[in-house]
Design a binder for this molecule. Structure first.
Ligand code: TXA
Ligand code: MG
Length: 331
């Protein structure tokens, strides 16, 4: 298959079909090219991280076509509604509280209660979202730690076949990632500067704070780390057995796992154990990670024993999130 295809109506339909099957599609936006997945499909969103080789699960932007579509996912406040009416569709991403009933993978927000949303004005991005009939999760379509792509060739050079299919839509007009504003607090916070400028935002909102380090991929101090999902229940990582009263988050077979002092993990009650992937599939485990942690956390166990997950491929990102969720706990 040719990787780069012209964004004809026919190819956009093929791309949407590919997304619906859980595949990935790189597509143009006015800022940079995005690597898209069906935002409602856990495994598809996990595949984005796999393709980019991201060592951690950063939350990703969910792309919609307008405010009405965004309202199915996030809770708007008056300031956010104002920004949407002025700057959408366009190069502005807003972080808003995620709705409890949002039909979205928990991976898009990396388990956080907030969700980044944006409406692009690129006709190909818009047609693709329309053809899929669902929101599209998409970070920039480049391998982790490399420059964001502004042409289909950049995407092909950076990701190759891992991009799945690349819809060509010319050179990105803006060429810089979208402006990211956190709209969840009383005063909006600019997290990433972009084509919608601080002055543009202040003109609409009055007061705007600036915290540019918050989204730094390699933060300089732990205080600058992006907020991350933290369960209430303590996690015990690389567990080789289960302690009495503990829940189990398994990975792979639990045939040889014991409960300290009393029998086998496989005989534990169903509500005390979940398996990220019985077959040891890292993509499946990534797709299940946040939803299973949320479920076990809600049941009030004294701790959760998490089985060892290999430090390869998506395992790096899974372990990174588990270590953060476990606090200062060493791997
Ligand atoms: O221009 C763009 O925004 C491109 C195109 C494809 O839309 N997308 C893009 O996505 O640059 P990405 O994932 O490379 O950058 C999104 C940034 C990341 O730094 C991520 O950590 C941050 O937004 N972000 C996303 N959701 C967040 C949330 N709930 N809270 C805080 N930061 C968030
Ligand atoms: Mg990026």
């Amino acid at each position: 298959m040719t990787l780069i295809v012209e964004a004809t109506g026919d190819n956009i339909r093929k791309a949407a079909a590919r997304l619906l099957e859980g595949g990935l599609v790189a597509f143009p936006t006015e800022t940079v090219y995005g690597l898209g997945a069906d935002a409602t499909n856990d495994r598809a969103v996990a595949a984005i991280f796999e393709a980019k080789g991201r060592p951690s699960f950063n939350p990703v932007i969910v792309h919609v076509n307008d405010k009405a579509e965004a309202e199915a996912i996030v809770e708007f406040n008056p300031k956010a509604a104002l920004l949407a009416s002025v700057f959408w569709p366009g190069p502005l991403t807003m972080i808003l509280p995620r709705k409890a009933d949002a039909k979205l993978s928990l991976l898009t927000s990396a388990g956080l209660p907030t969700q980044a949303v944006r409406a692009s004005n690129h006709p190909v991005a818009r047609e693709l979202i329309k053809a899929l009939g669902r929101p599209i999760a998409a970070p920039s379509a480049n391998a982790s730690g490399t420059l964001s792509p502004t042409t289909p060739q950049h995407v092909a050079e950076s990701l190759g076949e891992r991009a799945g299919m690349i819809l060509a839509g010319g050179k990105s007009a803006v060429g810089l990632e979208s402006t990211v504003v956190d709209m969840t607090g009383p005063v909006p916070v600019l997290l990433r500067p972009g084509a919608v400028t601080l002055e543009d935002l202040k003109m609409q909102l009055g007061e705007v704070n600036v915290e540019l380090e918050a989204l730094n991929d390699a933060p300089k101090s732990p205080g600058q780390l992006l907020k991350h999902y933290a369960p209430k229940t303590p996690l015990r990582l690389r567990a080789v057995d289960v302690k009495p009263g503990e829940a189990l988050l398994a990975f792979g077979s639990i045939r040889f796992m014991g409960v300290a002092g009393s029998g086998a993990a496989k005989d534990m009650p169903q509500n005390m154990r979940m398996n990220l992937s019985e077959t040891g599939d890292l993509n499946e485990a990534a797709a299940n990670l946040f939803s299973m942690l949320h479920q076990l956390d809600a049941r009030g166990f004294r701790s959760i024993a998490v089985m060892n997950i290999p430090e390869t491929g998506l395992g790096l990102a899974i372990n990174d999130r588990l270590r953060r969720a476990a606090g200062a706990q060493k791997p």
